[in-house]
Design a protein around this ligand. Structure first.
Ligand code: ASP
Length: 704
């Protein structure tokens, strides 16, 4: 996960591995470079520009909520797919954004010069913010860009990042779920994989080609750079690199931190999400309308739920705790006689032990109140109106009622009270089992006092009595808003539960958790500096932090476990092998079957096969979803979307022998756009390279 500004240092090695362009062609602030075609998509994924008219590609799972929001039961683009026939048919998406990096600059000297030993983390960050404001103001003078100064290497270094964000992003095309989500949760984080995980959007800009809110007069954005597509096909052993916005990694996590993940955070998340997933998946399979409502929510809950299971297995299989302990022992040996590092490890041990109960309470709160049933969190959104019932002026209260009506309308569009009740009822026993005084939610004592410990009866009662579970009752109340009605809402059982959970969390859990985290951050800053200095023989890079990074490697398979080999490619034949019309995750649209049977692959086959996905040894994480994968010439060969099961621990420990990222082959993307969705006009917008290149076969043990 190299910083693009530092590529010069590794250019030689990249060249040896097969890179044919220069570092300057990958990242330049003076000339157009690949970076100008790579963007942060909607704050958490990556997208790439593939035409001179602002067309971008990302994953289906990154565009999923936009596709869902544009769908109805009559026009269900999740189920059927979508193709805009003309620009006028492209669909706007409120709130969706795409951000390009204009430039990044190391400003560590300026910030670090102002930081002193005696400062705690709060002071350090306050100083960094103040100086950062000066630096960004200088950088922005006379421009319309945005800028921020961000910490890297756990606050040991600082970078200025200048960016440009576009907000009129329209949906252009999406495959049906039988292609875009093929394999569903069963295949997620797995290889072999045949998911056509892509979607197509277009950036619109003002008539002056600058960022603008959605407007009729906006025009397709003319990008500084758009990518050429490699039509020659990928082969095992080819050089590959990925450019994108990896979210978070934890390379400098000490053994105590890994133990917290293994003992506390992962198991609680898995248990609580497993409970809600059982309910949601069954309801979605039983009813189309529910499926449309819960599509995105289920997708994101399930994604974490499954990944953390793989992560637990991977950390255990690699013996990560023991490895870290050995590194820590070596650290102590090398650091002997260096007072600045003397107390680092004992401090880390003590802080993680202190943090454990708060970490547990925090997970319970997040998964139960935040990611669990909608009801309590929805109710707590009314607190301003309810708590202000005696103090808000009529005008302010009316405005708040109006705001809440809009929120409630959006909320009930995707709300199914039976599903919500069942999610709540499934999760509650787990919460009751793990929550411990004094960090437990007091209101949940009523499960004991009024329902003799019967969680199901408590849930039934809560949902039967809460106004927030019933849209018509709630809108009635809002239509006739009065202090009396607000008093009634104040006694609503869901509101009482939410307030009780929130106030316990805000007063007892969060402050303590954050205070310990601050101390941990300060210690990990020293710890990471120490490991980098004391282990010069190892390669170090800053943990991912949702900034632009590059990773390079090869198209290649792996032997992930004893007796198991992963070949680097999958094909459409594999889709047909898995095809099962009775299983919603493995159903395939008839038209794809027909194309397969007719071998109607157009120019999109490689060596006679319709390739679907490929593996490569690129270091990725969440946020790299949708990232462009390039060949040595800087042409697009695939869109990254996942990792293999044995790679799910790579956020904590990356093992280059085992870890593989999964990309959808760009030629499969074009095949689906053209042959399946009838979008030849989109392919015509793109620059296709290597159309008549002779196949270059590199012989590696793991290849077709
Ligand atoms: N599938 C991933 C995601 O959901 C991408 C990854 O983490 O490798 O973000």
């Amino acid at each position: 996960m190299w910083l693009p500004t530092l590529l010069k240092a590794i250019e030689g090695d990249m060249r040896t591995e097969g890179l044919q362009i220069s570092a300057e062609e990958i990242y330049s602030i003076n000339n157009g470079s690949l970076k100008d075609a790579v963007a942060l998509f909607n704050g958490g994924c990556t997208a790439e520009v593939v035409s001179t008219q602002g067309l971008i590609l990302t994953n289906h799972h990154c565009g999923r909520s936009a596709i869902q929001a544009n769908s109805t039961l009559e026009h269900n683009y999740l189920r059927e797919g979508f193709m805009a026939a003309t620009l006028a048919d492209e669909l706007p998406n409120a709130g969706l954004s795409v951000t390009f990096i204009v430039r990044m600059e190391d400003v560590s000297d300026r910030i670090n010069a102002l930081l002193t030993e005696g400062m705690d983390e709060k002071e350090r960050y306050a100083v960094a913010r103040r100086e950062g404001a000066v630096i960004t103001a200088e950088a922005l003078a006379g421009t319309k860009f945005d800028a921020v100064v961000r910490p890297f290497n756990h606050g040991n270094s600082w970078f200025l990042i200048v960016s440009e964000t576009f907000r009129d992003i329209r949906l252009v095309a999406a495959p049906p779920e039988g292609i875009g989500e093929f394999g569903g949760n069963a295949d997620n984080w797995m290889w072999p994989r045949q998911t056509g995980d892509f979607s197509v959007f277009r950036i619109y800009a003002s008539p002056e080609n600058t960022p603008a809110e959605h407007a009729a007069e906006n025009k397709p954005f003319l990008p500084r750079r758009s990518l050429a597509i490699d039509m020659g096909g990928v082969r095992a052993g080819d050089f590959a690199m990925i450019y994108g916005f990896p979210g978070t990694t934890y390379y400098y996590l000490p053994s105590y931190g890994v133990e917290q993940v293994i003992d506390v955070t992962d198991p609680l998340r898995i248990a609580l999400r497993g409970a809600s997933l059982n309910v949601i998946t069954a309801a979605m399979n039983a009813d189309e309308a529910t499926k449309l409502q819960y599509y995105s929510k289920r997708g994101s809950i399930a994604n974490g739920w499954k990944k953390w299971q793989g992560e637990l297995q991977g950390l255990k299989a690699l013996g990560t705790v023991a490895r870290k302990q050995a590194e820590e022992a070596e650290f102590l040996r090398r650091a002997s006689g260096m007072p600045e590092y003397a107390s680092v490890l004992p401090t880390l041990e003590k802080l993680y032990a202190e943090q454990k109960p708060y970490a547990q309470a925090r997970e319970l709160y997040n998964e139960f109140i935040y990611n669990g049933a909608y009801l309590p969190r929805f109710a707590s959104g009314f607190s301003r109106l309810i708590e202000g019932r005696d103090t808000l002026s009529k005008a302010v209260a009316d405005a708040e009622v109006k705001r809440l009506r809009a929120i409630a309308s959006a909320h009930f569009k995707n709300y199914n009270v039976t599903v919500d009740h069942d999610v709540f009822a499934e999760q509650l026993p787990i919460v009751l089992q793990y929550q411990k005084d004094p960090l437990a939610t007091p209101e949940l004592q009523t499960v004991q006092t009024r329902f003799s410990g019967n969680a199901q009866r408590y849930a039934d009662d809560l949902f039967a009595r809460s106004v927030f579970a019933d849209s018509s009752e709630l809108f009635q109340l809002l239509d006739h808003y009065s202090k009396k009605n607000a008093r009634k809402l104040a006694q609503d059982p869901a509101y009482l539960l939410a307030t009780s959970a929130n106030s316990t969390y805000d007063s007892k859990v969060r402050p303590r958790y954050n205070a310990i985290s601050d101390s941990l951050d300060a210690t990990i800053r020293i710890w990471s500096k120490g490991t980098i200095t004391l282990f010069p023989e190892k390669t170090w890079w800053p943990d991912a932090n949702l900034t632009l990074r590059l990773s390079y490697g090869k198209v290649e398979g792996t032997f992930p476990r004893d007796g198991l080999a992963y070949l680097p490619f999958t094909t459409l034949a594999g889709v047909m092998e898995k095809y099962d019309p009775t299983d919603p995750e493995f159903n395939v649209p008839q038209k794809l079957i027909d194309l397969y049977n007719a071998e109607d692959f157009g120019p999109y086959a490689t060596d006679g096969e319709m390739r679907t996905c490929f593996l490569s040894s690129l270091h990725t994480t969440g946020g790299n979803s949708g990232s462009p994968v390039f060949n040595g010439k800087g042409e697009l060969i695939g869109i990254n979307f996942d990792r293999t099961w044995e790679s799910t621990m790579s956020d904590i420990q990356f093992d280059p022998a085992i870890c593989r990222n999964i990309s959808v082959d760009i030629k499969y993307v074009l095949f689906v756009i053209d042959k399946y969705l009838g979008g030849k006009h989109l392919v015509d917008e793109m620059e296709l390279a290597g159309m008549d290149e002779a196949p270059h076969v590199i012989d590696l043990p793991l290849h077709h």
